[in-house]
Design a protein around this ligand. Structure first.
Ligand SMILES: NC(=O)c1ccc[n+]([C@@H]2O[C@H](COP(=O)([O-])OP(=O)(O)OC[C@H]3O[C@@H](n4cnc5c(N)ncnc54)[C@H](O)[C@@H]3O)[C@@H](O)[C@H]2O)c1
Length: 441
């Protein structure tokens, strides 16, 4: 099948590549020349495990192409995926200007029946609007399908290739059948392809992300209480996750959720609620808990080091989660800005996100050094703060760490290490919800 994918970011590049890997002829389109030039030279603009190899393999087989030439690629395609960004507008609603712009261009470009698929996360009613825009500029027949994407950065290729489910929103049998043909090779082990109407499909994506964000804020709230009443949240987690009604996923306390999806999607649904005169009280609370959770690491540092002037802190991990270079809404940025405002210096390392971190930390260059490895950050630092749980941080040499740090203090924002083991090694260890309060110095 000939497929066009508009928007070659985290979702579009992964979707286009994985579809081409099943044998389809895919053209990925982006408005940014730089992204397309790089891809045509084999340079992958984002970090995502397994992606680079797959792009190169399918590019070499001539079934994956990259272009800024919108009209001819869309004209040739039977299915056109819209994968452009839907960032928050000034009020927190999803900004749909890129989706609508692309819809108009698709309408002007199509030559025969086309399935236009919104894969971007879009609020209820967007498919109707996209249909209206396309109808306004063409007489050619088409269908609009809502096909929200559930992949997660860091596992995007794996998730796209093995989805838990595929949601297809359309009332058109022809379009539904086409989408089922497209996705059948990806669904194994009885994982479902769920066909529903457009509006329900659009809502499903927001409901899923809001549920996941709720689980994170829930466990963070439990952790904060655990800490105050001498309870270890890790043990509590073991106790609750064994309940099949609760399950083990998304119950890791930390420095708050970030990334390009949860913060914006929770807020967008809150706005949808406002527009429908219905206040989403749980989601308001989820946001409030998350906002304060992003400040928890700084509060711990401040409690241990009340005067931060002249202090230097080592930070391990900048990306909003491991496995990605995405810095959007990363808790590390909130922490670093607070440390610098308090007069501290920062030496930070991330295996993949350093380049993107530079854009988020503009103006702080005098106080923040981004280094090439975690060990160098430790030398002469007053404490280590772990913000992102990259695998390479899991088994450090604690002996060397103790030698390098000025004071053997670890503030572990992801509960990577064992408090008792580290205390046995002579460290002062502070996790999230690990049942002990920080000593005031
Ligand atoms: N990133 C994720 O993990 C994830 C997961 C599921 C769903 N989503 C949703 O998918 C959508 C895309 O997210 P993303 O993270 O891939 O965004 P992104 O910012 O990484 O990529 C979007 C791309 O679209 C391009 N673009 C914008 N306007 C264009 C136009 N008129 N013509 C051609 N290209 C255009 C941009 O240049 C950019 O490269 C969003 O709605 C997001 O909420 C993202």
């Amino acid at each position: 099948m000939k497929i066009a994918v508009v928007g070659t970011g985290y979702v579009g590049l992964v979707a286009g590549t994985c579809l081409s890997n099943k044998g389809h002829h895919v053209t990925c389109i982006d408005k940014q020349d730089r992204i397309i030039d790089n891809l045509n030279q084999g340079i992958i603009p984002i970090y995502e495990p397994e992606l680079a190899e797959l792009v190169l393999r399918n590019k070499n087989k001539n079934r994956l192409k990259f272009t800024t030439d919108f009209a001819s690629s869309v004209a040739e395609a039977t299915v056109v995926f819209i994968c452009v960004g839907t960032p928050p507008d000034a009020e927190g609603r999803a900004d749909l200007s890129a989706v609508y712009k692309v819809a108009e261009l698709i309408g002007k470009a199509i030559k025969g029946w086309t399935s236009v698929v919104t894969k971007s996360t879009v609020p209820v009613g967007t498919a109707d609007k996209v249909r209206e825009i396309i109808s306004g500029v063409t007489d050619v027949e088409f269908e609009v399908v809502s096909n929200p994407e559930f992949l997660k950065e860091g596992d995007a290729v794996k998730d796209f290739n093995h989805p838990d489910r595929v949601v297809i929103g359309t009332r058109c049998e022809k379009a539904a059948a086409l989408m089922e043909t497209l996705y059948q090779p990806f669904v194994v082990n009885d994982k479902p392809i769920i066909v529903m109407d457009n509006r329900s499909a659009e809502f499903t994506k927001y409901a899923a992300n809001c549920m996941l964000a709720t689980k994170i804020s829930f466990i963070n709230e439990m952790a904060n209480l655990a800490e105050r009443v001498g309870v270890d949240i890790k043990q509590v987690r073991r106790g609750i996750r064994a309940d099949v009604r609760i399950g083990p996923h998304f119950l890791y306390p930390g420095a708050g959720y970030g990334g390009s999806c949860f913060p914006k999607d929770v807020e967008a649904l809150v706005q949808t609620g406002k527009d429908a005169n219905y206040e989403l009280r749980i989601m308001n609370a989820v946001q409030e808990v998350n906002q304060s959770q992003k400040e928890v690491l700084f509060a711990k540092v401040q409690q241990r080091f009340p005067d931060m002037k002249g202090r230097t802190f080592a930070i391990w991990g900048l990306a909003f989660k491991p496995g990605t270079d995405d810095m959007r809404e990363a808790p590390s940025v909130v922490l670093i800005k607070s440390l610098v405002a308090a007069g501290a210096k920062v030496k930070a390392y991330d295996p993949k996100a350093t380049e993107r971190a530079k854009d988020e930390l503009v103006g702080l260059e005098d106080s923040v050094s981004l280094l090439d490895n975690g060990e160098d950050c430790l030398v002469g630092a007053d404490a280590l703060i772990v913000v992102t749980q990259w695998d390479e941080f899991r088994v450090p040499s604690f002996d060397e760490m103790r030698e390098s740090l000025k004071e053997p203090v670890i503030i572990d924002g992801r509960n990577m290490f064992s408090p008792s083991e580290l205390e046995g090694l002579g460290f002062e260890y502070y996790g999230i919800g690990r049942g002990r309060s920080i000593k005031k110095m």
